[in-house]
Design a binder for this molecule. Structure first.
Ligand code: PEP
Ligand code: MN
Length: 387
C-alpha cells in the first residue's frame, strides 16, 4: 500500500521520493504527493492522513507557512503545526512534506524531522531567497521539490535547481504548477506545457511532478490536467486534498476530497514512452521516416525563403524602403492563415509559426545590410535570457 519509509532516498532518479512500484500503489509506478494546502489543526491533518493512508499515497503534504498574495488572509499555523504534520505522517506511514521559504523554515523542518521539502513558486522566482535556502540546506540529505517560478521564465527554474545542486543537494524534483500570465484561460495558472518540456529536455535526469491543483484553481478542472500530465509522461502528481474542502482556510476552490482523489486515481490512464510490440514499431518507424523527410523539406524551404529575404533586403536598402512592411505583413498573415485553415491547420498555430518566420526574416534583413553574413551574429540574435 503506502510507500515504506526506507524507500525515501531510494536514488537520484526519483529525486529521493521513492516510487510506488507496488501492488497497492494508488497510481502504479508514479509518485503521488497529496494532502491539504495548509495544515490547519491537529485534527484536520490527522483526518486527512487517515483517509489518504487508505488510498496509498507516496508523501503527505501540508503547508505550514503560507505565501499569500495579499495580507490579511490565513498565513498558515506556523511552527506549531510541524509536530502535527509529522505525527500524521506516522499514522499514514508516509513521509511528510512542507514548503520552505526562509532559512528559519529549514531549521524548523529539520528540528521536527520533516522528510521532504519544497520551494514554492513565489520563492523560486527570487534568486536571493533560493540562494539563502540552498546555503542553509548545505549538508542536508533530504529531497527538495522545486516548483516552477510564478512567471514563465525557464532560466529562473533551472537556476534554482542549479543553486541547490551547487549546495550539494542531490535529491531534486521539479514540480510544474503553471504560470501567471495575462493570457485568458479557464485555469488559475497557465500550464504552458512547452516550458516543462524544454526543462526536461535540458535536465532529463530530474524527476518531474505536475501540480494540477494550483494550475486548475478549481477542483473540477484537476482531473483533466492530471490526465494531461500523465500524457506528458510525468513521474507523478502533487494534489491538494482536504477532508472538508468547503471549510479550507486556503485554496478552498481547488482542493478535492479523499474520495475524489481515489476516483481520480482510478480514472487516470498512465502511458508509457515506448513498447516492444513489433507491429507498433514497424508502423511507427515508417511514419517517423516520412516525418523526418518532411521536416527536411520544411528546412530546405525555409533556407531558400531566407535567401530570397536577403535579396529583397538589398533591394529595399538600395531604394530606402523599410524592412518592416506592415501592409505586406497583414496580407501574408491573412493569406497563410486562410491557406492553412483550408489545409486543416489551426489558425493560431499558423499565426505563431509565421510570427517566428517573420521575426527571423527581419533579423536576416538587418544583418544582410551589415558586413558579416547572417548566422555569424553581427547583432545579438536575441535578448539575453539570463540576468
Ligand atoms: C502550495 O503548494 O500550497 C503552494 C503555495 O504552491 P505554489 O508555490 O505552487 O503556489
Ligand atoms: Mn495551495
Amino acid at each position: 500500500m503506502a510507500m515504506k519509509k526506507s524507500e525515501v532516498g531510494a536514488g537520484p532518479m526519483d529525486g529521493g521520493l521513492g516510487r510506488l512500484h507496488g501492488r497497492n500503489a494508488c497510481l502504479k509506478g508514479k509518485i503521488v504527493v497529496a494532502g491539504p494546502c495548509s495544515v490547519e489543526s491537529e485534527s484536520q491533518i490527522t483526518e486527512a492522513a487517515l483517509e489518504l493512508a487508505k488510498i496509498g499515497i507516496s508523501v503527505l503534504r501540508g503547508g505550514i507557512w503560507k505565501p499569500r498574495t495579499r495580507p490579511g488572509f490565513f498565513q498558515g499555523v506556523g511552527k506549531v503545526g510541524l509536530p502535527w504534520l509529522k505525527a500524521a505522517g506516522k499514522i499514514a506511514k508516509v513521509p511528510v512534506a512542507c514548503e520552505i521559504a526562509h532559512p528559519a523554515h529549514v531549521d524548523a523542518c529539520l528540528e521536527h524531522g520533516i522528510d521532504v521539502l519544497w520551494i514554492g513558486a513565489r520563492t523560486t522566482v527570487n534568486p536571493f531567497a533560493v540562494q539563502a535556502l540552498a546555503d542553509r540546506l548545505r549538508g542536508v540529505d533530504l529531497p527538495v521539490m522545486v516548483k516552477n517560478p510564478i512567471n514563465p521564465d525557464i532560466e529562473l527554474w533551472i537556476g534554482a535547481i542549479e543553486r541547490l545542486r551547487l549546495a550539494g543537494i542531490t535529491k531534486i524534483v521539479a514540480v510544474h504548477r503553471g504560470f501567471s500570465t495575462e493570457r485568458k484561460s479557464i485555469y488559475r495558472n497557465d500550464p504552458i506545457w512547452r516550458i516543462p518540456i524544454e526543462l526536461r529536455r535540458r535536465m532529463p535526469e530530474i524527476p518531474f511532478l505536475c501540480d494540477p491543483s494550483h494550475m486548475a484553481g478549481s477542483s473540477e478542472l484537476v482531473r483533466t490536467l492530471a490526465q494531461e500530465a500523465m500524457d506528458h509522461l510525468y513521474d507523478g502528481l502533487m494534489i491538494e486534498v482536504h477532508p472538508h474542502p468547503e471549510k479550507a482556510l486556503s485554496d478552498r476552490a481547488q482542493q478535492i476530497t479523499p474520495a475524489q482523489l481515489r476516483s481520480l486515481m482510478v480514472s487516470l490512464k498512465t502511458k508509457k514512452e515506448n513498447t516492444r510490440a513489433g507491429e507498433y514499431l514497424s508502423h511507427i518507424d515508417a511514419l517517423r521516416k516520412e516525418i523526418d523527410g518532411l521536416d527536411r523539406q520544411l528546412l530546405d524551404g525555409l533556407s531558400r525563403r531566407m535567401e530570397i529575404v536577403r535579396d529583397i533586403s538589398r533591394q529595399k536598402e538600395r531604394y530606402g524602403v523599410s524592412f518592416f512592411q506592415p501592409r505586406r505583413w497583414r496580407a501574408v498573415v491573412e493569406d497563410r492563415t486562410r491557406y492553412g485553415v483550408a489545409k486543416k491547420l489551426d489558425p493560431d498555430f499558423v499565426l505563431r509559426l509565421f510570427e517566428g518566420i517573420h521575426e527571423e526574416a527581419l533579423r536576416w534583413q538587418e544583418q544582410a545590410t551589415e558586413a558579416p553574413p547572417p548566422g555569424s551574429a553581427a547583432r545579438p540574435r536575441q535578448k539575453p535570457k539570463t540576468g
